[in-house]
Design a binder for this molecule. Sequence first.
Ligand code: CS2
Ligand code: MG
Length: 409
Amino acid sequence: MKIIAADVIVTSPDRNFVTLRITTDEGLTGLGDGTLNGRELSVASYLADHVVPLLIGRDPHRIEDTWQFLYRSAYWRRGPVTMAAIAAVDVALWDIKAKAAGMPLYQLLGGASRNGIMAYGHASGRDLPELFDSIRRHLEMGYRSIRVQTSVPGLNAVYGVASQPSTGGKRYDYEPAQRTALPAEEDWDTRAYLRHLPGVFEAVRNEFGPELPLLHDGHHRMTPIEAARLGKALEPYDLFWLEDCTPAENQEALRLVRRHTTTPLAIGEVFNTVWDYQTLIREQLIDYVRSAVTHTGGITAMRKLLDFAAQYQIKSGIHGPTDISPVGMAAALHLDLAIHNFGIQEYMQHGPATNEVFRQSFTFTDGYLHPGELPGLGVELDEQAAARFPYQPAYLPFNRLKDGTVHDW
Ligand code: CS2
Ligand code: MG
């Protein structure tokens, strides 16, 4: 079998997506997600201008060889753009191989290790009544694990709160990237946040009881000692995890956090390779790997990363916001079902226009996701529908502290 075409499809139903479609001379097609929020066109160009010419004529079955070729022959390695581009190719090739084998991808990855994939949803609120309503709504939608994000008194806009002015107040789910010419500026104050958050979790536990798995995303905003303080202050509320508590480029920073708290830690959605995790995993400094298949070199690389983590009893917590397309989500679900060290899967639901462009066979029932039984990934792209939604520039917001200093968003 030979690759005869590779098309980069950029569409913007509810938000921008970059999809690679590889076609073989035997009429098989495979899809891969290369969406990098707020920088979508850089991956589209990397694919169209630099990678696609290298794929034509190749044997699509040689996935590992193609991965190594794209990673090493580029000379310039790692990084979000490169690894998203490699991920798009890798996942498309796994889609083709599973279709050629006539089985859903998870079967090719070793078969199911569980009956379903526990998912968590995003509840948020500007105040407690709004937050409680949002949690109830997610429980009604079938979620059995809930991420809690809340506004902070004195701050105008905070990550993760769906119904705040910057999101037009209407959304029940939080979409961070705004279709604006320039990134929106938001404000931040860690001391105000640290004073406010423990009380919110106390109230949520009082209202919803001790069993409901609760997660929170610190979104890279604290110093290591601030993160240690928050982790400790949240211990009474038994969180499933505290995510991205401090920027982790300096992996050793987590040693300080670990020294002070037993709140489980999840990190990795902005990572792109196993190298970003070496110290974190080897020293048991995290409990969940948060990478997305789309941003970490695809299924080939994610399996190796999760196998490494398994040696340290560290579990998966794959990144699944709406800026991971249905193709990227399906790839994550096949992996989630097959691996042993599965922890939990993030699941923000896509909008109706996106579901029109990407026909999906994965299901969400009573809190559990399943990738479905169709051969391959189980997602097809409607190119005519995609063409109706041309790319629109969009940016993620950024933060400034009260004194004007740029801060992690
Ligand atoms: C977030 C993301 O879902 C999460 O855990 O951290 O929503 C993140 O903000 C976006 O993916 C950025 O594009
Ligand atoms: Mg996050």
